[in-house]
Write a protein that binds this ligand. Structure first.
Ligand code: ZN
Length: 321
């Protein structure tokens, strides 16, 4: 990474592929109690929703988003794919979460300890591996509690903790992460190599595993689509774009996503990354109190609203009690 470049702060958002939209909403807003902060469409495929779940304000680093592609086949495990999203929860809250997930018959793994943190692995209703991580550090992050959540504030999800990635050749990816993006090696445990940016704390690291004999993973329902990293502003975005291009990545031009600006590229191992600016944010086109309640379209899709709305499945409030 060039000396003058500012740090990437951490994860901005993660986008994954889901099955039917209503089931996705029932789980993330209903069972997990995250706030639906934006109900929009996939800007490259406006016949598909793009649903954004976050804290009450949609602060960067809290945001897990989905393309519900109900007709898509399940994902195929393998290298070049991120295969788990972890969510930060307050220390001491895992037994609450275990009880809640049990009540809704959500598939769970056995609780385990990773790098000194208590972790509860689970699988979302469309096959996406999740991990709830008791994260002391997450208590120091920017977080706005959501008073419309069924989850008591003291147990609410504080934001994205991290993600896991599987690589065929670890060094190819880690040298790219270090040189082009400023990642540092933070530790290795049970075959997982932790690399962080910025302060390297909650929301600012990924865990990588090398699987040289794995087949190429493929997107499908239940897989991560991309991991977006936080850049300060347009200038910082262009700097990092230049840096990743110099290390051989094919980066897209800057794309205006309206709530932030985006650049996409694949790290050399095949996982799709995005560089997303901090602002302007989700409140740019909706009242904070009404976030996520109605379909929001970027201005250039507004003329096609009638047609787009007619083609989308109807969504009702989360169907959980
Ligand atoms: Zn994105």
């Amino acid at each position: 990474m060039p000396e003058f470049m500012k740090d990437i702060k951490g994860i901005h958002h993660i986008t994954a592929i889901a099955g039917p939209a209503q089931e996705n909403l029932d789980f993330y807003a209903g069972v997990l109690g995250m706030r639906l902060v934006k109900r929009s469409v996939n800007q490259d495929d406006p016949g598909t929703y793009h649903l954004f779940y976050a804290d009450a304000e949609g602060n960067p680093g809290t945001d897990l988003t989905f393309f519900p592609w109900a007709q898509m086949a399940p994902s195929r495990d393998g290298y070049g794919l991120s295969n788990e999203v972890s969510l930060a929860v307050p220390p001491g809250s895992l037994s609450f979460w275990q009880g809640r997930l049990e009540r809704y018959s959500i598939r769970m793994g056995r609780a385990e300890v990773r790098f000194g943190q208590n972790v509860l692995p689970a699988i979302d209703p469309h096959g996406l591996p999740l991990a709830l991580v008791e994260s002391q550090e997450s208590l120091g992050r920017v977080f706005s509690p959501w008073d419309g959540s069924p989850i008591p504030v003291e147990h609410q999800i504080r934001g994205l903790e991290s993600a896991r990635m599987v690589e065929r050749d670890l060094v190819v990816t880690t040298s790219f992460l270090s040189k082009a993006m400023g990642f540092r090696h933070l530790g290795t445990e049970s075959g997982w190599h932790r690399y962080g940016v910025g302060d390297g704390k909650s929301g600012a690291y990924v865990d990588l595993r090398e699987e040289p004999t794995a087949i190429r993973g493929a997107w499908g329902t239940g897989s991560v689509h991309h991991i977006a990293w936080r850049v300060d502003d347009d200038a910082h975005q262009l700097e990092v774009r230049e840096s990743v291009a110099q290390e051989g990545a094919h980066a897209t031009p800057v794309i205006d996503r309206f709530w932030f600006k985006s650049v996409y590229f694949k790290e050399p191992g095949g996982v799709l990354f995005e560089l997303a600016t901090e602002g302007p944010g989700f409140a740019v086109d909706e009242d904070r109190a009404r976030l996520g309640e109605s379909l929001v379209l970027p201005p250039w899709l507004e003329p096609n609203r009638g047609e787009i709305e007619a083609g989308l499945p109807k969504l009702v409030a989360p169907r959980v009690d």
